[in-house]
Design a binder for this molecule. Structure first.
Ligand SMILES: [Zn+2]
Length: 121
């Protein structure tokens, strides 16, 4: 995968995570009011601190999705993005286009009968 492709993948993953977490903006505000001890000046930033707080407010399914995106970002950083974590095969471009956080090739996904990841809104 070319550096340009990786940059694009990283950007798409960040966008998806932001979209996912933004849905919890309101929940976070409520949590924040309750605790009244946090300093969140700009929730539009994707700071790790904010992410960590929002993650605690996510539903199980959304948390799993956010973790899948985080894991994909780690694979981008590690240079293994685009390869199946199970068999090592190159993941099909179309699959990554539809699901940039996909950890496995379609063959492994079907074999392991993994729960389909929820779609971003
Ligand atoms: Zn595979």
């Amino acid at each position: 995968m070319s550096p340009a492709d990786l940059d694009l993948a990283r950007q798409r993953l960040h966008d998806r995570r932001r979209a996912l977490l933004a849905r919890y903006h309101r929940t976070l505000d409520l949590v924040d009011e309750e605790l009244d001890s946090r300093e969140i000046e700009d929730v539009d930033t994707s700071s790790e601190q904010w992410d960590a707080q929002v993650l605690t407010a996510l539903s199980v399914a959304d948390r799993r999705h956010a973790e899948a995106i985080g894991a994909a970002l780690e694979r981008v950083a590690a240079g293994s993005y685009g390869r199946c974590v199970r068999c090592g095969a190159v993941i099909d471009d179309a699959r990554l286009a539809a699901l940039p956080e996909a950890p496995t090739c379609i063959g492994c996904a079907l074999e392991t009968d993994e729960a389909p990841l929820p779609r971003a809104p």
